[in-house]
Design a binder for this molecule. Structure first.
Ligand SMILES: NC(=O)c1ccc[n+]([C@@H]2O[C@H](COP(=O)([O-])OP(=O)(O)OC[C@H]3O[C@@H](n4cnc5c(N)ncnc54)[C@H](OP(=O)(O)O)[C@@H]3O)[C@@H](O)[C@H]2O)c1
Length: 235
C-alpha cells in the first residue's frame, strides 16, 4: 500500500487517478482548489476511508506550504506525487496575450515546481523505499515533435510543458541521490474539459494505460519523458 498525493484531483485525469488508486487499496491525498468545484471528490471521501481531500491552489505559495506542513505535523510520508494540476490556453502565435502566457506558466511550471519542492519534506528519502514524482506533461511540449503531429498552436501551453520537462530533467539529477525518481508523463489526448470531446481516449482508458506503464517502470528509471503507451517521447 502506497501513500499518494494527486494535485488537481477534483476532475479530469486527476480525479480518475485518485479513484483508481483508492480502488486498489492505496491511500490518496487528493487536492482541490475550490470546494464548490469539488463535490464529486468530497463525496468520494464518504465511500473511501483511504481518501483525504485537501485544499491547495498551486499558484498560492502559502496554500502549498500549509498543506505540506500539515502532512509533516501528522508524520505522513509519501511514495508518489502526481503533479497533475494544469491549465491550457489554446491561443496561437498571433493571438496569445502576455497575461495568459504568464497564467499558464504560473500553474504549469511555477506551481508544479513549488509543489515538488515543498513535497520533498514529506517524500520518503532513503535507499529502502523509493519515491517517485510524476509530472503530467504533454507531447505538445516536445520540442522535437513539433511539426510532426497534427496538433499544435497552443503556444503558451506548449512552452510551459517544455519548461516542465526541463524541471523533470534537472530535478531528476538533483533528487537521484535521495532515492527520488522524477519523470514526465503524457496521458495521451484525453476526453476531459481540457482535451475536449474529440480526444482519443476516455479518461479511464488513459488512466489504465498510465497505471500499467508506471507499474512496469523500474524504480531506478528517472529523468525520462514517457507516454501512456509506454514509449519514450523525445524531449
Ligand atoms: N486532457 C488531455 O488531453 C491532456 C493531454 C496532455 C496532458 N494533459 C495534462 O494532464 C493534466 C490533467 O489534465 P486534464 O485533462 O485532467 O485537465 P482538466 O480536466 O482541465 O483538469 C485540470 C485540473 O487542474 C486543476 N487546476 C487548475 N489550476 C489549478 C491551480 N491553480 N491549483 C490547483 N489546481 C488547479 C483543476 O482544478 P479546478 O477544477 O479548480 O479548475 C482541475 O482539477 C494537466 O497537467 C494537463 O496539462 C492533459
Amino acid at each position: 500500500m502506497k501513500n499518494i498525493i494527486v494535485t488537481g484531483a477534483n476532475r479530469g485525469i486527476g480525479f480518475e487517478i485518485t479513484k483508481r488508486y483508492l480502488e486498489l487499496g492505496h491511500r490518496v491525498w487528493a487536492s482541490y482548489r475550490n470546494k464548490s468545484n469539488a463535490k464529486d471528490l468530497l463525496s468520494m471521501t464518504k465511500s473511501f476511508h483511504n481518501l483525504t481531500a485537501f485544499e491547495m491552489d498551486v499558484t498560492n505559495q502559502e496554500s502549498i506550504e500549509i498543506a505540506f506542513d500539515d502532512f509533516l505535523q501528522s508524520n505522513l510520508k509519501f511514495e508518489v506525487l502526481f503533479n497533475n494540476a494544469g491549465i491550457i490556453d489554446w491561443s496561437d502565435f498571433e493571438n496569445v496575450e502576455p497575461k495568459s502566457f504568464a497564467d499558464v506558466y504560473e500553474v504549469n511550471v511555477i506551481g508544479a515546481f513549488m509543489v515538488m519542492r515543498n513535497s520533498l519534506k514529506t517524500l520518503h528519502q532513503n535507499s529502502h523505499i523509493k519515491s517517485r514524482i510524476i509530472n503530467l506533461s504533454s507531447r505538445l511540449g516536445s520540442i522535437e515533435l513539433r511539426g510532426n503531429t497534427q496538433l499544435g498552436g497552443a503556444l503558451a501551453y506548449q512552452c510551459s510543458k517544455a519548461a516542465l520537462n526541463m524541471l523533470t530533467r534537472q530535478t531528476s539529477l538533483e533528487l537521484k541521490p535521495k532515492g527520488i525518481s522524477v519523470i514526465s508523463m503524457s496521458p495521451g489526448w484525453v476526453k476531459t474539459d481540457m482535451g475536449g470531446k474529440n480526444a482519443k481516449y476516455e479518461t479511464d482508458q488513459s488512466v489504465t494505460m498510465i497505471l500499467s506503464v508506471l507499474q512496469s517502470l523500474a524504480d531506478e528509471e528517472t529523468g525520462i519523458f514517457i507516454g501512456e503507451d509506454g514509449e519514450r517521447i523525445p524531449w
